[in-house]
Design a protein around this ligand. Structure first.
Ligand code: SAM
Length: 236
């Protein structure tokens, strides 16, 4: 089988090698093509959304930054003297975050990772990693195994219902999907295209419902001004 192209890793690496000439193009099942501006993945604390800043300020103890990307959140936490490990499924992203100075960085799918932490951080639509509604239970069960007794999961998400409303108040949805927030993406960059992958946008009420189902407390910490939120999950 051909090796999956590491679009994320390649684009991040180009950025620090001064070869940044274009952004990642994102093709989705629900909207026109969009871009991920590469410099955004290198954002310093001052340029992070308030939701992310709050999540970082609430992080404590041993921290696992899940889907750490270029390592921007992890590096800020490390600078504050905290014990943080970044983990990412993109090998290129992990290599790059180490080059940027991150001391602990693991290349793995989160579902295959073992260990225990005081804080699990999932940021930049952290619920995306859950892929689909039908997989939330698997992810939450696994995240619970990674939590110390008094630990916390800080996760951001977004309700994208507004994308399916038409001008006269109607609501449409792809009937092949279980829920409107299930999106299929692929990414292209400098002539290469990734395979399609699932990414989940989850409204807060559904997250809270799945948390309760999996015996986790769920608390709404902060809401943004465009349907996004930060939630804290703890063991019951
Ligand atoms: C939207 S990016 C966010 C990156 C970073 N947290 C930030 O805010 O800049 C999502 C990241 O999650 C990683 N990822 C996706 N699924 C993953 C999984 N199952 N396990 C570990 N990392 C994953 C991707 O490779 C990507 O770097």
């Amino acid at each position: 089988m051909a090796k999956e192209v590491d679009i994320f890793g390649a684009a991040l690496q180009d950025f620090i090698d001064n070869k940044y000439t274009e952004d990642i193009v994102v093709h989705s099942s629900i909207a026109e093509d969009d871009i991920i501006p590469i410099p955004y993945l290198f954002r310093p604390f001052e340029e992070m959304p308030v939701i992310e800043q709050r999540a970082l300020s609430l992080s404590k103890g041993t921290i696992l930054d899940i889907g750490s990307g270029a390592g921007s959140h992890s590096l800020w936490l490390q600078e504050q003297g905290l014990d943080v490990t970044g983990i990412d499924i993109s090998e290129g992203a992990v290599t790059l975050s180490r080059k940027r100075g991150l001391k602990k960085a693991v290349h793995s799918n989160i579902l295959e990772h073992k260990g225990t932490y005081d804080t699990l951080l999932l940021l930049m639509n952290g619920t995306g990693i859950f892929e689909r509604i039908s997989k939330i239970d698997d992810y939450l069960k696994h995240l619970k195994t990674l939590l110390n007794k008094d630990g916390q999961i800080l996760i951001d998400g977004s309700d994208i219902a507004f994308m399916f409303e038409d001008e006269d108040g109607g609501f449409w949805m792809d009937t092949h999907r279980d829920y409107y927030g299930e999106v299929m993406y692929s990414m292209s960059y400098k002539g290469e295209q990734s395979s399609s992958f699932d990414w989940l946008y989850l409204d807060y009420e559904r997250l809270a419902w799945y948390a309760q189902k999996n015996e986790l407390n769920c608390e709404l910490i902060l809401e943004g001004d465009h349907y996004e939120y930060l939630a804290k999950l703890t063991l019951t």
